[in-house]
Ligand binder design. Sequence first.
Ligand SMILES: C[S@@+](CC[C@H](N)C(=O)[O-])C[C@H]1O[C@@H](n2cnc3c(N)ncnc32)[C@H](O)[C@@H]1O
Length: 219
Amino acid sequence: MKAKYTSLTDALYTYLCECRSNARDPVLEALRTQTEALGDLSRMQISREQGSFLTILTAALGARFAIEVGTFTGFSAICLARGLVEGGQLVAIDRSAEWTSIAKRFWIQAGVQTKIDLRLGEAISVLKNLDPNQVFDLAFIDGDKTEYDAYYELILPRLRRNGLVLFDNMLWGGRLGAKPLEDPDGSALDALNRKLSRDGRVQTVLLPIADGIQFCRKL
Ligand SMILES: C[S@@+](CC[C@H](N)C(=O)[O-])C[C@H]1O[C@@H](n2cnc3c(N)ncnc32)[C@H](O)[C@@H]1O
C-alpha cells in the first residue's frame, strides 16, 4: 500500500507549529516555560498545535459544557475554555493540588478562570459523583492511561448525541501496531483503540496529531 501520510521531521514540525493562528500566544508560551521548569514531567503537557486544535474544535462544536480528565498545569484547560461559548463551563479533573496551583495562576492570566470548575481528586470517584443531570458536549481524556476505558464508560452516558470524546496519547509514542506490548499503559490504550473501533455507540477515527488523538463522535 502506497503511504498516504507524511512523516514529520523536526523542521516540518516547527513549520506546522508556526503556521497557526496566534502561534506566539504569550500566556500559553509563558505556561510552557513555567511547566518546563518542572523538568522531565513537562512532557505530560499537550503540544502547541494540539492546543490550537482543541480550541478550534470546541468553538466549531459550539460547546457549552466540556470536561477534561488530567489537567496538570492547565494548558489543555485554557485551550478548551477559550473555545467554549459565552457562559460555558469546563469541568477540569486532576488529583494534584501542586500542579493545578500553577494552572490556576495561568487561568487568571488567560482570563478563563470563571469558565473552569476544577475538581481535585481521583478521577473515577469525581466522575461517579458528578451532578446526575450534568451533560457534556465534549470530553478530553488525558489522565491515567489504564483508567481511560473507565473514564469513557462514565462519561459516554453524559455526552449529548454528536458530542465528542477525545483521547490523548493513543499512538503511545509509536509503540502500537507492531508486536504485543509488555507495559500496562500501552496495553490498555491498545485494547481501548480496538474496543472503540468496534463500539456501535460511537464513530471513531485515530488521528496522528501529536501522540495520537482518538476522536469519537457519539451516535
Ligand atoms: C498527561 S497529564 C495532563 C496534561 C494536561 N492535559 C495538559 O494539557 O497539560 C496527566 C494528569 O493526570 C493526572 N492524573 C493521573 N491519574 C489521575 C487520577 N487517577 N485521578 C486524577 N488525576 C489523575 C495527573 O496528576 C496529571 O496532572
